[in-house]
Design a protein around this ligand. Structure first.
Ligand code: GLU
Length: 515
């Protein structure tokens, strides 16, 4: 091993703030954290917000809050100074531009002036004009000086990586050993977009190098990008870090599909609101990467760190089994708290004064005796509720249409930030109008889905108190109770929903796009 490898361990987690704080981020953060702590190294949090359309500060704050709640403290990050600040990519644009210039100057990258229309036309006309990798390489051999002139004259273009067209790229992954990939299958990746923003690939490599990251521990969906990343390291004259791609979390379904919020709540906030303990969630995520058949499965974070071995991570797709998580959570509740401790825990969870004072005015008009309190507010503290199917109705609609409406509401609330009553009211009134319902009719199945009963605390306030993720989970559960919507139906519905405008969303927001 070269000297470089003996440098102090530095790892990072690099979430894109484009949605809820995802379990996958917690999983990766945990493994990076454990590796850093095990080796006395540093753990960096970097925000990859180069997708301008989809990134938001609110989402970033939610991610930071979720990781803090889990207790995965980072040594450097956007909220604290460090030797490699700033840690938010949108504040490092100049750095990426300089590196793109370097790559252009050496011929490792080239400018591509293709217009959107040209690309669309080529796509339509079939693959003729396109390379196997799905885009034309027509500007690859343009004279660099002419290209520079056109760029200086303000002609819109992107910067692409010049990827070899033949030969094989050999990569090394800590868990998988050597992996080979033919260069002819790798596209000339866009590095700088026409708006001057870098893509994930350029920014990620540049930052990992400048931030002196020694081990890149991330999800296996990035293996296919590794040839491009390695090429960037080579062309920039840098030694690459070691790469370790963690197996993706899977749904507990027949084909072990990638963990998705269609099947499981994937937002850390959901687990927090539903009353899971951070220790239990971390413990559970840790177990998913280890093949630990022996010994107690209840492990503290310290114990997990102590025994952590990157190379022992099991490659079998870890299945997210919520029943097991509940079982583990129950053990923590039973074994780690006495009565006073449990009361303190409940208070810090959601039985705090602020929450109770928020709820009191909603319950007050409906209280006949104080004894009504428990039943009246139970749904505000529960995980899922059990709405009777015969109450999940909407005038003039078959059950399947009701399910469709609930699904669309789930999509609409899913992207709503901040998640507060008057905003919820606003977007739902709009959706009701778009679908041709009066708000009063429209909210009926929502009451039932959210509170489990036809009459309850006011809907929009209730949703706010529950939070976006618990609200969404209940809506999804109600869709399932109504018989569910298969993948095909969901696709069609998503099209219809998107045509309404007024809110992005749909299942498309499930994955993380280009990083
Ligand atoms: N921003 C990327 C993501 O959220 C980071 C991937 C990586 O760790 O390289 O998946």
């Amino acid at each position: 091993m070269s000297d470089d490898r003996e440098k102090p361990v530095r790892v990072r987690v690099a979430p894109s703030p484009t949605g809820d704080p995802h379990l996958g981020t917690a999983y990766q953060a945990l493994f990076n954290y454990a590796f850093a702590r095990r080796h006395g190294g540093q753990f960096v949090l970097r925000i990859e917000d180069t997708d301008r359309q989809r990134s938001s500060r609110e989402s970033e704050e939610e991610i930071l809050a979720a990781l803090r709640w889990l207790g995965l403290a980072w040594d450097e990050g956007p909220d604290q100074d460090g030797p490699h600040a700033p840690y938010r990519q949108s504040e490092r644009l100049e750095i990426y531009r300089e590196h793109a210039e370097r790559l252009l100057a050496s011929g490792a990258a080239y400018r591509d002036f293709s217009t959107r229309e040209e690309i669309a036309r080529e796509r339509e006309s079939g693959q003729d004009a396109l390379d196997y990798v799905g885009h034309s390489r027509r500007h690859r051999d343009l004279d660099p000086e002419e290209a520079a002139r056109r760029a200086a004259a303000g002609e819109e273009h992107v910067v692409r990586l010049r990827v070899p067209t033949d030969g094989v790229c050999t990569m090394h992954d800590v868990l998988r050993g050597a992996i080979e990939r033919e260069w002819s299958l790798v596209d000339d990746q866009v590095l700088l977009k026409s708006d001057g923003f870098p893509t994930y690939h350029l920014a990620n490599v540049v930052d990992d190098h400048l931030m002196e990251i020694t081990h890149v521990i991330r999800g296996e969906e990035w293996i296919s990008s590794l040839p491009k990343h390695l090429l960037l390291y080579e062309k920039l004259g840098w030694q690459p870090p070691l790469f370790c791609h963690l197996p993706l979390l899977r749904n507990d379904d027949a084909n072990r599909s990638k963990l998705s919020k269609r099947r499981n709540p994937t937002s850390i906030d959901y687990y927090r609101r539903a009353g899971y303990l951070p220790e239990a969630l971390l413990n559970f995520l840790g177990l998913m990467g280890l093949s630990r058949a022996d010994g107690d499965e209840k492990l503290s974070l310290e114990e997990f760190v102590e025994g952590f071995d990157l190379e022992a991570i099991s490659l079998g797709g870890p299945v997210f089994d919520q029943k097991k998580l509940r079982w583990l959570n129950a053990r923590y509740l039973r074994e780690d708290f006495d009565a006073a401790g449990l009361v303190r825990l409940l208070r810090s969870w959601r039985l705090d004064d602020t929450t109770l004072e928020r709820i009191a005015p909603l319950a007050q008009p409906r209280l006949e005796t104080l004894g009504d309190w428990g039943e009246l507010t139970a749904h505000l503290f529960a995980d899922l509720v059990e709405p009777p199917v015969e109450e999940l109705t909407l005038e003039g609609c078959e059950p399947e249409q009701v399910a469709e409406v609930l699904q669309m509401v789930a999509w609409r609330v899913d992207t709503l930030r901040p998640f507060v009553a008057d905003r919820i009211h606003g977007v739902l009134r709009e959706l009701a109008e778009q679908l041709g319902f009066k708000l009063r009719q429209f909210t009926r199945p929502l009451y039932v889905a959210i509170s489990g009963k036809p009459a309850s605390t006011p809907l929009f306030d209730t949703m706010e108190i529950l939070g976006r993720d618990l609200t969404r989970a209940r809506l999804r559960a109600a869709v399932e109770r109504l018989g569910g919507l298969g993948a095909k139906k969901l696709k069609k519905l998503e099209k219809r929903y998107q045509a309404l405008g007024g809110g992005s969303g749909g299942e498309g927001s499930d994955d993380d796009g280009d990083g």
